[in-house]
Design a protein around this ligand. Structure first.
Ligand code: G3P
Length: 245
């Protein structure tokens, strides 16, 4: 089972920073997951939220700030003083440092912004330029992103994210069968033996988010899912291959 560090090793390090990605790599995670969005001047940066408020010492919407402004922010301090001065990384910096060393799941989080195609186009261009199409894969709750990505680069592996519960019903039952994606990424609460079997019969992989408890890690392994997203990749690795009696 793939152990994918959700926003990097975010249980112990500031999420979506190079430090959190390096630490995930160092403990042996199969991959990292990160969130890609555009600044006002169209630089692809790594940040989950639409604003910088929660994870940095700044404030404002990413889409309204330039990269020069975001570059000055501290994305480590809110996790602890030990992480002071950890910058917001660009996607390019992450891909250049870690590309090819482990799998990198780029979630396209252009859910609010206008000009959404630009993010997809920029990310695909970067993957092609850096020759990383075999180790980078995309995901999004916005299925149109994945359709566009496949149009631009048919070989790129794409996972359709499904929101928990009723809101994700369509993604789990209709969209997954209607568009060309390689995987379904359901929420933990929606995973069943039937769902995993159906996806596998349909030749799609299943990666589950966000799995942070040892019980759930073992349960996902028993159900035969292909991967889990976890804030704690070390715990995930420990429970990935439990000793036999
Ligand atoms: O990709 C799995 C998971 O990251 C999706 O949820 O909220 O972290 O983007 P979120």
């Amino acid at each position: 089972m793939e152990i994918i560090a959700h926003r990097g090793y975010s249980a112990a390090y500031p999420e979506n920073t190079l430090l959190a990605f390096r630490k995930a790599y160092e403990v042996g995670a199969t991959g990292i997951e990160l969130d890609a969005r555009l600044t006002a001047d169209n630089v692809v940066i790594v940040m989950h939220d639409s604003s910088v408020d929660r994870t940095t010492n700044g404030s404002g919407e990413v889409a309204a700030l330039t990269y020069a402004e975001i570059k000055k922010l501290d994305a480590g301090i809110r996790k602890g003083i030990a992480f002071e001065n950890e910058p917001v990384p660009t996607l390019e910096a992450v891909l250049r440092e870690l590309g090819g060393k482990l799998k990198i799941n780029v979630e396209l989080v252009n859910y609010e912004s206008k000009g959404q195609d630009k993010l997809v186009d920029s990310v695909i261009e970067m993957i092609v330029d850096l020759d990383l199409k075999d180790s980078v894969f995309l995901s999004s709750f916005r299925f149109q992103n994945l359709v566009r990505a496949k149009d631009l680069l048919p070989e790129i592996h794409c996972g359709l994210l499904a929101l928990p519960g009723f809101k994700g019903w369509s993604a789990r039952n209709i969209l997954n069968h209607s568009i060309n994606v390689d995987a379904l990424h359901p929420n933990l609460r929606d995973v069943s033996e039937k769902l995993v079997r159906l996806e596998h019969l349909s030749r799609r992989q299943v990666r589950v988010w966000t799995v942070n408890e040892s019980y759930d890690m073992l349960q996902m392994q028993r159900l035969g899912v292909d991967g889990i997203f976890t804030d704690d990749p070390l715990l995930g690795l420990v429970y990935n291959d439990p000793p036999k009696e």
